[in-house]
Design a protein around this ligand. Structure first.
Ligand code: ZN
Length: 107
């Protein structure tokens, strides 16, 4: 399980430390069954809008799927389905080639 966004360099609270100790005591299968927090089911934006063609010239459409550094947002974070992620990937790479989106940008 590496898809959870962990806050970096955040000192753990006392409760979290106790929680971790308790989690270490229980077997992995038991730990997975009870979730600590409820995560909303992500739905593919393109499936919801019934988009069957992703235009590489439509920067407003592609922009939310680009990270600050210019990276493509992974599927596990955006919730895009594999089919649309594939189309999105192609569209973003085309948009990069004609300089609509950055390959890499400075912060
Ligand atoms: Zn989709």
């Amino acid at each position: 399980m590496t898809d959870e966004l962990k806050p970096q360099s955040d000192p753990p609270a006392e409760g979290a430390v106790q929680e971790r100790a308790r989690a270490a005591a229980t077997p992995a299968s038991a730990r997975r069954s009870k979730r600590q927090f409820f995560r909303k089911k992500k739905v593919c934006r393109f499936c919801a809008d019934r988009i069957d063609f992703i235009d590489y010239k439509n920067v407003e459409l592609l922009q939310p799927f680009i990270q600050e550094r210019g990276k493509i947002v992974p599927r596990r974070m955006s919730g895009t389905c594999s089919r649309h992620q594939r189309w999105l990937k192609i569209a973003i790479k085309r948009a990069r080639n004609i300089a609509l989106l950055p390959f890499a940008s400075e912060i």
